[in-house]
Design a binder for this molecule. Structure first.
Ligand SMILES: *Cc1c(COP(=O)(O)O)cnc(C)c1O
Length: 417
């Protein structure tokens, strides 16, 4: 089958192997047309929670498709969306009270920022600026790119991105100075919002930072009426060991963005939730204070049905115990292998395990190490997609001990070199 009509995402047109043709997928495995079975150690771009083609979610989508496949979401509503909204509010931090639907992670963060900016606009408050972290990734649309790291990926669009105050990601050495900078920025009175990936920056290499720093920052921001936006598009739905990374915090974000794992990897869906206070700025007779944002596939019933089914599986005792078990396995792997020669460092939060490879000059995504690592594992029928010199495992929660052990063994063989 010839794939040449397709322009693939994040894929250079020159110098890459042909994409693999996947014909089916079950559990943790992708089946390709040339008869290979590839272990998916990254949950297919971090979306899959319960394994591929999980029959329970497949069935939920099928029955929903026979009932109601789509309806315009302005002026109409439907049961799968209502159920999903209520269920999300039950498990999200208790300050969250409204659920706004879109259809992917980038739109979930765009919605969050627009919601925050218009919150002030509607009240005629001038707080035009936003704080974000260096190294952040919030998606590929213009607003999301603006608050993302100004990496070479975004260079062509640099002139079109809005101004953002960036602060370094806190670590043990700099956390006081970063906090001082954060306070200075906020004390200017010009900052309206602060957007962050809570505890783990996914795309920039599974970079982790402390919950206590973030707690302090949110406390200070909220005391100064700065809206705190947690982008949980990656960290949501159990990845960090708790249902949401925000569950590690005592101060809760005002707005939370969700996508990726929300449907278990079956359907595109984005969600932005907010507190009653955020929404209160939109209650008005003045039609111009309406939140004029929506997408054709907003709250698509099939996507909501998939999300409802996936959430049921996620909240089951079986799945929660799998998450705890993967966490323990990762911890043990780190204990036993942190001193292997090729390891510069290892870090972990819940089911996310990241290994930084010790290879001088290998820090850039563009470095050859990235490709050679990717193909090294793919040739051994394991899908790991390194971020620069960072190898990581973000497995579906149904992964077995045997499958995890296989990935660990292949990692150890490589890291021993
Ligand atoms: C992937 C990701 C996004 C973008 O989601 P898409 O569905 O790919 O648009 C936004 N924020 C974070 C933290 C992500 O990991």
């Amino acid at each position: 089958m010839n794939d040449s009509a397709i322009w693939h995402p994040f894929t250079p047109l020159v110098g890459h192997r042909e994409p693999l043709l996947v014909t089916s997928a079950h559990g943790c495995y992708l089946h390709t047309s040339d008869g290979r079975r590839i272990l998916d150690a990254i949950s297919s771009w971090w979306v899959n929670l319960h394994g591929h083609a999980h029959p329970y979610i497949a069935q939920a989508i099928a029955s929903q498709a026979n009932q109601l496949e789509h309806v315009i979401f302005a002026g109409f509503t439907h049961e799968p969306a209502i159920r999903l909204a209520n269920r999300l509010l039950q498990i999200l931090p208790s300050n969250q009270s409204k659920v706004f639907f879109s259809d992917n992670g980038s739109t979930a963060t765009e919605v969050a920022m627009k919601m925050a900016f218009q919150y002030f606009y509607n009240q005629k408050i001038h707080k035009p600026k936003i704080i974000a972290f260096e190294g952040a990734y919030h998606g590929d649309t213009f607003g999301a790119m603006s608050v993302g790291d100004r990496s070479p990926f975004n260079a062509p669009f640099q002139p079109y991105l809005f101004e953002v105050e960036f602060v370094p990601l806190p670590n043990e050495e700099n956390e006081e100075s970063v906090f001082a900078l954060f306070k200075t920025l906020i004390s200017s009175g010009e900052i309206g919002a602060f957007i962050f990936e809570p505890l783990v920056q996914g795309a920039s290499g599974m970079r982790m930072y402390s919950a206590s720093w973030l707690d302090q920052a949110i406390a200070f921001a909220q005391a100064n009426e700065v809206i705190c936006i947690a982008d949980e598009v990656f960290t949501g739905f159990g990845r960090t060991g708790k249902l949401f990374a925000s569950d590690y915090l005592s101060y809760k974000p005002d707005i939370i963005c969700l996508s990726k794992g929300i449907t278990g990897g079956f359907m595109p869906l984005g969600v932005t939730t907010c507190t009653a206070q955020i929404q209160s700025a939109y209650y008005s007779e003045d039609i111009l204070k309406t939140f004029f944002h929506g997408h054709s596939y907003t709250a698509n019933p099939l996507a909501c049905a998939a999300a409802n089914a996936s959430l049921e599986l996620l909240l089951s005792e079986q799945c929660q115990s799998n998450i705890r078990h993967i966490t323990l396995c990762h911890e043990q792997f780190i204990q036993e292998n942190r001193h292997l020669p090729l390891v510069r460092g290892m870090r972990q939060l819940g089911t996310i395990l990241a290994i930084e490879i010790n290879q001088t000059g290998a820090t850039s995504y563009f470095h050859e190490a990235r490709n050679s690592l990717y193909y090294y594992f793919l040739d051994r029928n394991i899908l790991l997609r390194p971020l620069g010199n960072v190898l990581y495992i973000v497995p579906p929660y149904i992964i077995t001990d045997g499958e995890l052990a296989w990935i660990y063994q292949e990692l150890i063989k490589l890291l021993k070199n």
